[in-house]
Design a protein around this ligand. Structure first.
Ligand code: GRF
Length: 208
């Protein structure tokens, strides 16, 4: 039985490099984050996030996203839900997960799916937010950690970090500056979520 003293069982979903997952894993390892990564799931079979998890001894699984490419729905959604239940996940962190989360997963983890986005939302939702900021001539951008809802990058904001857009910035230099902030912001925001999370008590009362 999970009690308030146990580390929160965290699942991470990602599609790419996994540097934000790494930042979370580092924070769990050094005690900043009272959580344990129970699994990493990816819709991309050779995503480096899976390799990072394996190196840390964390179960890492490819989830076939078909029949959809950009939304987690139908059989792929069912597969993810099955794995989350199998690993007893209490909280889900999206870390560069390039699929839209749909209703069944949202209903299974109400207010318990968190995302990090590379802009100061509500500005520049969607893909390549750092490039959007550059194209828009923005003088500042940053990152946002938020609770996931049914929209695209629209859920309640937990924490934001600002970075300047500098003269001569390219998409790569701006994204790198934003990512440095992401790696601090995500563990901090998740720490706050975990502190506020209702947990089951040993007698079963207050089960959430
Ligand atoms: C990050 O910039 C994050 O904000 C966005 O996708 C990127 C993932 O990077 N959602 P990584 O895979 O964590 O390195």
């Amino acid at each position: 039985m999970t009690t308030g003293d146990d580390p929160v069982r965290l699942a991470v979903l990602g599609s790419g490099n996994g540097s934000n997952f790494q930042a979370l894993a580092d924070a769990m390892a050094d005690g900043r984050l009272k959580a344990r990564a129970v699994c990493v799931l990816s819709n991309v079979p050779d995503a480096f996030i899976l390799e990072r998890a394996r190196r840390l001894g964390i179960p890492a699984e490819y989830i076939d996203p078909s029949p959809f490419k950009t939304k987690l729905d139908g059989p792929a959604e069912a597969r993810v839900l099955d794995r989350l239940r199998h690993y007893g996940a209490e909280l889900v962190a999206l870390a560069g997960f390039m699929m839209i989360v749909k209703a069944r997963l949202l209903a299974a983890y109400p207010g318990r799916i968190v995302n990090i986005h590379p802009s100061l939302l509500p500005r520049y939702p969607g893909l390549h937010a750092w490039r959007q900021a550059l194209d828009d001539g923005a003088t500042e951008s940053g990152c946002t950690v938020h609770i996931v809802d049914a929209g695209t990058d629209t859920g309640p904001i937990l924490l934001q970090r600002m970075v300047p857009v500098l003269a001569g910035d390219t998409a790569e230099t701006l994204h790198a500056r934003i990512q440095a902030q992401e790696h601090e912001a995500y563990p901090e925001a998740l720490r706050r979520v975990i502190d506020a999370l209702p947990r089951s008590r040993p007698d079963g009362a207050g089960r959430s």
